[in-house]
Design a protein around this ligand. Structure first.
Ligand code: HBZ
Length: 818
């Protein structure tokens, strides 16, 4: 166990300040204080970090093109148990820990749920004490910073590496590796008739590793997130390649080469649901995959792990299809470097790889053009081609129709389907919530499920409760510990014990008080940043997530418009409306026009409603700029209502739904994604359900029968708000209103907004009514917290460990190896 002593900490802190900046504490800025504290903590953990690198057991490598870490300081202090001592020590030095916490940069190396899940999983792998490490990309620019200009989203580069470095990371130049692009593949037989494969005339790019410690909670486990930066090779590497040498010929070419290399880890693609097929993206994918797989082999060689023993010693997890090239890259090393036969290599590879699918949206499925793959990654292309050839032969042997073979092939019509590659080449395929997995099995991947059902399994997502409850809502965490002791911190199933207090008015009042305090804090933030005054006594109704048509922020804002009309229609009657604040936070992908139009609509409606004196503050709309992890930590603890209103079947899981529930918000939801599991935990009496069922949505999609125009013409209230989009009722809204109108009416409302909005409004009315009964509300809130334990990512990770990574390859997979 790492221990801390306040006196020594203070000395260490002063010394470090002097070493790093040659100045006194008084002269330091908050950023400098943060850097110093970070280095002091890194010094303290260095021994344990080193120790955790030794592989005594099976090691898991989690490959993800995104890790949305968020700030690390508070969560590291919590996991180390250092917070109190450091807070006091700093206090005695005249420094406020909370100010330092706020000056940490927030690395936004991810878009949304997928990247954040990867970060929660790292926390949980370390906290349950396995050797589990991440491989990713060290993007120079993370997800763009969002600004609103004239109510529209404007994207500003996220320069998170202010001085080109990040204090938690350690660069490890002697572990740099070479990644090879383009060139030609030579196959020759050597003297002993062995096939020798060489890669000629390639473009070498150096992958420079940066290690970030991932600290487990209350144990000695410190794992590593290794993110790679792309650079031109240093001299030692350059020697090995004719390409690098040729670049010396002209200064201009040398600059071009520098750009080629550095561009790879320059920016995160800001797209969370659309596959764009750009060359640079494929370069990024191969970059971190090749570096990571080579790194694993290097470690295995160092620890004298034989290739045959690999499946017992390592598990490689492919987070969505972006790291799918792990499969051919591993095959490449086994074939070309280790000299194994195809069958031997395949046998090892399939026993090591597992894959998670995160979406059933067609437009998000990665398909790479064969031509691009052939040119950029010739050896990968050859290996994928061979995997495909063997697989397709196998299917034909089984007598399947050509139609079916076509659907299941990895390569078809000039394209490589990355999901098919992952399914064929992994021993485990999982979805991220029960409904999602069911849809994979029964709809989207049904052919594969029929073929190899034993590979498919569900792993309902989870969240790092240490960050999302203990760190971000300390008052609530303290209350819980006071009531039921602290066992829940290690094992969240103990939260269930809170149910004992469901009739205890003191506890319920305290719960309400804590929520109120969090609301006041958020109201202050909004006043300072948006200059909008909101009433902490109003219901805080929150929808924070990426902006996407299927997530239906549009339904939420159209309902606000309905309420606005209701107030105006009854302006003399002084309607007894429960005051409500509708809070939005969402970034739209820069090229996603409809999403950007919806942002503009929300901002315009906010201006209209917030500035109309007739509303008398009964409803307010706030769109918080630049939503991300740090803001989520402020917003979620303050929410009364959690909006989880996606079109049923479209949201694979959702994870903010779990964060809100754990912080005592009540869920307003369709039975989509993991909302189903929330419903299983608390029942329909403790949440607000509405909307089409999965079957209804699937039936509409298969057989038709939905007409948004009919609804529009038959429902006067609906017609009124839809017309508002185009009749000038909303000041500032121009052509964007027409775009949204067309999506709803001309293109038949793909996401059933108009079909579900009546039921949604009813559910909102139930919320309004219930909020008046504070005791009942607080009881429901308590029941939600008490039943949220299952959503800790520790539970999820333990399931991955037991059913996938440590269990390894199923017998059926072994028997079926092609
Ligand atoms: O993954 C999300 C799902 O939409 C959400 O339902 C689920 O809870 C979460 C974790 O399983 N998917 C994403 O966040 N996807 C991306 O961010 C993404 C990023 C790059 C891409 C495609 C998708 O190229």
């Amino acid at each position: 166990m790492i221990t801390i002593n306040k006196k020594r900490f203070k000395e260490h802190f002063r010394r470090k300040m002097n070493n790093l900046y040659a100045q006194t504490l008084e002269e330091a800025s908050n950023e400098e204080l943060f850097n110093v504290l970070c280095y002091v903590i890194k010094d303290m953990i260095s021994k344990d970090w080193e120790g955790s690198r030794i592989y005594q057991e099976k090691a898991v490598f989690y490959f993800s093109i995104e890790f949305l870490l968020g700030r690390q300081l508070k969560s590291n202090l919590l996991n180390l148990g250092f917070e109190d001592t450091i807070r006091q020590g700093l206090n005695e030095l005249g420094i406020d820990l909370d100010e330092i916490v706020e000056s940490e940069p927030d690395p936004a190396l991810g878009n949304g749920g997928l990247g954040r899940l990867a970060a929660c999983f790292l926390d949980s792998m370390a906290s349950v004490g396995i050797s589990g490490h991440g491989y990713g990309i060290r993007y120079k620019y993370g997800l763009f910073e969002q600004k609103f200009v004239n109510n529209s989203q404007v994207e500003v580069p996220d320069n998170w590496l202010i001085n080109s470095s990040y204090s938690w990371e350690t660069v490890r130049p002697n572990r740099a590796l070479l990644v090879k692009y383009e060139g030609k593949i030579n196959m020759e037989k050597d003297d002993e008739d062995n096939l020798k494969v060489t890669h000629k005339d390639y473009i070498p790019v150096m992958a420079m590793p940066y290690d970030i410690p991932i600290i487990g909670y209350g144990n000695e486990c410190i794992n590593t997130l290794r993110i790679w930066k792309s650079e031109i090779p240093t001299r030692d590497f350059g020697k090995s390649s004719s390409y690098a040498k040729n670049q010396a010929a002209s200064y201009e070419d040398a600059l071009k080469y520098k750009y080629y290399a550095e561009e790879i880890s320059q920016t995160l693609y800001p797209n969370d649901s659309n596959y764009a097929g750009q060359l640079l993206r494929l370069k990024q994918e191969y970059f971190f995959v090749s570096a990571g797989i080579q790194d694993i082999f290097r470690k295995c060689r160092r620890y004298k792990i034989t290739t045959q023993d690999l499946p017992n010693k390592i598990a490689i997890h492919i987070n969505d299809t972006h790291p799918a090239l792990c499969i051919p890259e591993m095959m490449r090393i086994l074939l070309d470097e280790e000299g194994l036969s195809w069958d031997e290599s395949w046998n090892i590879t399939i026993k090591v790889m597992s894959y998670t699918n995160h979406t059933i949206l067609c437009e998000a499925m990665e398909r790479w053009s064969e031509d691009i793959m052939k040119k950029l990654l010739p050896r990968m292309y050859m290996i994928i081609e061979e995997i495909n050839k063997r697989y397709v032969n196998d299917l034909r042997k089984k007598g399947y129709s050509e139609e079916k073979v076509k659907r299941m092939a990895i390569m078809y019509d000039g394209e490589i389907r990355m999901a098919n590659l992952c399914i064929v080449s992994s021993y485990s395929i999982n979805g991220v919530a029960q409904l999602h997995t069911k849809l994979l099995k029964e709809e989207v991947l049904n052919d594969f499920y029929e073929e190899e059902s034993y590979k498919f399994n569900n792993k309902t997502n989870g969240i790092a409760h240490r960050r999302w409850l203990i760190s971000s809502n300390p008052e609530l965490a303290n209350l819980i510990t006071k009531l039921i002791g602290n066992k829940w911190i290690k094992d969240t199933s103990h939260l269930k014990e809170l149910e004992k207090f469901v009739d205890d008015e003191n506890v319920l009042n305290r719960l309400e008080e804590i929520k109120f305090n969090n609301k006041v804090k958020l109201a202050n933030y909004i006043k300072e940043n948006n200059n909008i005054t909101i009433d902490p006594n109003s219901i805080f109704d929150v929808q924070v997530k990426r902006l996407h048509a299927y997530k239906r922020q549009l339904m939420n804002i159209l309902h606000v418009l309905c309420l606005y009309h209701e107030i105006l229609d009854n302006v003399d009657l002084e309607l007894d409306i429960q005051p409500r604040t509708f809070i939005f936070g969402a970034k739209a992908a820069p090229g996603y026009y409809l999403a950007k139009c919806i942002i503009k609509l929300i901002n315009c409606v906010a201006n209209l409603v917030n500035n109309d004196p007739r509303v008398k503050g009964k409803i307010k709309v706030v769109f918080i700029e630049n939503y991300g992890v740090s803001l989520a930590e402020k917003i979620i603890p303050a929410a009364n209502v959690s909006e989880q209103i996606s079109t049923t079947t479209k949201e694979a899981s959702g994870t903010s739904n779990m964060k809100f529930m754990m912080n005592g918000a009540l869920t307003l939801a369709t039975l989509d994604g993991a909302n189903v599991e929330i419903y299983q935990q608390v029942g329909k009496e403790n949440m607000f359900l509405f909307g089409l069922s999965a079957k209804q949505v699937l039936d509409y999609n298969k057989y038709g029968g939905y007409s948004s125009k009919d609804l529009y013409h038959s429902n006067k209230l609906l017609k009124r708000v839809v017309d508002d989009l185009v009749n000038g009722f909303i000041p500032g809204l121009g052509k964007e209103g027409r775009e949204i109108y067309d999506a709803l009416i001309t293109y038949n409302d793909e996401y059933f907004v108009l079909r579900d909005i009546d039921e949604y409004a009813d559910a909102q009315q139930r919320i309004s009514n219930l909020y008046k009964d504070k005791i009942k509300w607080n009881k429901m809130s308590l029941i939600n917290i008490a039943n949220s334990g299952i959503f800790s990512s520790d539970r999820t990770i333990n399931e991955y460990i037991e059913d996938i990574w440590f269990k390894g390859c199923d017998e059926d997979v072994q028997n079926n190896i092609i």
